[in-house]
Design a protein around this ligand. Structure first.
Ligand code: ZN
Length: 585
């Protein structure tokens, strides 16, 4: 089955077989990475060798070999995932991916943990350069310190509850004008100029969600209880403090997050209120209701940036041609190697992502373009991630080819802002303004939501044993603090439980403020580019090339930004966006 599986996966990939960036030294060329019986001897060999090493040079070689194995395995998983998401209707592709998830990945966790432990305890480690290995060592130490055997089944249970949440969310449908629609499908009606239609669509979704409030509450209460237990087992008095360590937050703490909340409240929330007032006036409404936020304020039809995906690729290429020769050749190369699968078609999974083929050290972009402005934002965003992967190709130490999310999203969000400067490749002058305005409004709108979700999680996990009623009160207080001043009359319950639609709360606790931190970095890169474009792009690419080898403040500094999310940093950036929005009219 396994060799056949390999053939199936290869035949379904949009790109042809790619050679490893460097020839393998440790992993056999002919190994089947879907067969655990062939993989486990390599872990045995690494363990045995570690015990025999007695000089730092040999330890460094050992780290490279371990990384080579990790990269080969990661690429195997990525290829199976790509084949499946490009062909959801192919049962063999699904089987190949599930097999990898169920048979290979669970075996890897304990074996890697053992190597982590062995590495940390090794006497030669003290002789390695701290400048080179300091970052790797601190995260390896953290993982080993947090690891508890008794937490493994609790984490499995946590993943099961997460799946339950996704299943419940994904199963919700409504009957809209005689047709069954998913809640995601209903989203597009909120852009319709016909207001009663928007209201009808919004109400249906809100009502459907309210029917499931208690089910979502049940899942969430179980998740909180599990997480508190996991934290206690690891020696923490609350889950918040555990989560900060588990997420590898070495460079900021809860106090910094509180500063971020205050800064957003002071500088961004008032800007959202002002934008909503403008919207209300343009739409000539007495009151702005929840279904009035996505429609074009002048009731214009949606932007149409392209018809065919080939045109989107050409126009995106010409943006990079104007922006920077290095980025331009990177994107052209991806296109030549068929590392772009962008068109929406039957049998493709929804959404978009960038994945890295870790052994070839090449990025791949997947999306479902249909010819809307959102597609242009997505391709620029994912291209930013792809440029990050290309920039770290020369790094031989696998652990440093990836970077922390707080900085990875700087790479992608900067590219949205920088690329939008040349969006005339897609639009005439008026539509380009509209597209820029829509994008910048989106940048501003999301900050208060990030603060709300983050502050809510701080409250939840520092108030153990809270009741559902207390949680509701805490949420509503945050909605009053950060939320827009739109008219919710008649929909108070929807407002009180709207957090239930935020998947991160259920699946990735405390993961959300990263987007806010990264967006502040991206806005700084953009501000720098307005003063000296070539220099800003040089700094951007230099910072990307550092991968994960430096601390967050160092990565931000290399990109020409400050790693600072307090009042003094947020104020000028909010001002910059406001100035740009005013220019766009
Ligand atoms: Zn991203």
């Amino acid at each position: 089955m396994s060799a056949a599986t390999f053939g199936v996966v290869m035949s379904l990939l949009p790109f042809s077989d790619l050679a490893p960036y460097k020839p393998r030294q440790f992993v056999p060329a002919q190994i089947d990475l879907g067969d655990w019986a062939q993989i486990s001897p390599l872990f045995d060999a690494l363990e045995k060798r570690l015990a025999e090493i007695n000089d730092p040079g040999a330890l460094e070689e050992w780290l490279l070999d371990w990384g080579e194995l990790a990269a080969a395995l990661e690429e195997e998983g990525a290829k199976r995932y790509i084949a499946m998401s490009c062909h959801t209707d192919n049962a063999d592709a699904e089987k190949a991916y599930i097999e990898y998830i169920e048979k290979i990945e669970p075996e890897l966790k304990p074996r890697n943990f053992k190597l982590d432990q062995g590495y940390l305890a090794h006497p030669a480690r003290a002789k390695l350069s701290p400048a080179r290995y300091g970052i790797f060592d601190r995260s390896t130490k953290q993982m080993v310190e947090l690891y508890r055997e008794e937490n493994v089944p609790l984490e499995t249970e946590e993943a099961r509850l997460g799946q339950q949440y996704q299943k419940l969310s994904g199963s919700l449908t409504v009957q809209f004008r005689g047709e069954e629609k998913t809640l995601v499908q209903m989203g597009r009606y909120l852009e319709e100029p016909d207001r009663p239609l928007r209201q009808e669509a919004w109400e249906l979704v809100a009502k459907r969600r309210l029917e499931e409030v208690e089910k979502f509450e049940d899942i969430f209460d179980q998740l909180i209880a599990l997480r508190e237990k996991i934290a206690k087992n690891a020696g923490f008095s609350n889950y918040r403090d555990y989560a900060f360590k588990a997420r590898g937050r070495f460079d900021y703490g809860p106090e910094d997050c509180y500063k971020f909340h205050d800064a957003i409240e002071k500088h961004v929330t008032p800007l959202v209120h002002r934008l909503n007032d403008e919207r209300k006036q343009k739409l000539a409404l007495d009151a702005l209701r929840p279904w009035d936020l996505s429609v074009d304020p002048l009731n214009l039809p949606p932007l149409r940036p392209f018809d065919k995906v080939e045109t989107m690729v050409e126009r995106t290429q010409s943006i990079f041609d104007k922006l920077d020769p290095g980025l331009a050749s990177g994107f052209r190369r991806m296109n030549d190697l068929k590392l772009l699968d962008l068109a929406n078609r039957k049998g493709k999974a929804p959404g978009g992502y960038q994945s890295t083929l870790s052994e070839a050290r090449l990025p791949f972009i997947f999306m479902n373009a249909v010819g809307v402005q959102r597609d242009v934002e997505t391709i620029l965003h994912e291209a930013g991630h792809a440029f990050h992967a290309l920039a770290t190709r020369g790094e031989d130490f696998f652990a440093y080819r990836g970077s922390p999310i707080e900085f990875a999203e700087v790479a992608s969000m900067s590219m949205e802002l920088l690329g939008n400067e040349y969006i005339e490749t897609f639009y005439n002058a008026d539509d380009a303004k509209r597209a820029r305005r829509k994008h910048l409004e989106g940048v501003i709108d999301v900050f208060p939501w990030i603060a709300t979700i983050d502050a809510f999680q701080h409250w939840i996990y520092t108030h153990p044993g809270h009741t559902r009623a207390e949680r509701k009160t805490a949420w509503l207080a945050l909605m009053d603090r950060f939320g827009s001043k739109i008219d919710w009359t008649g929909y108070e319950e929807t407002r009180a439980y709207i957090w239930q639609k935020q998947l991160h709360l259920f699946l990735y606790p405390f993961y959300y403020i990263e987007y806010g931190i990264a967006q502040l970095g991206a806005l700084q890169v953009w501000a720098n580019s307005k003063k000296d474009r070539a220099h800003a792009l040089r700094q951007y690419q230099d910072a990307l090339a550092l991968g994960g080898s430096k601390t967050l403040p160092e990565l931000f500094a290399a990109a020409g930004c400050k790693f600072d999310f307090s009042d003094g940093a947020v104020g000028p950036l909010a001002q910059l966006v406001q100035t740009e929005l005013t220019k766009l009219g």
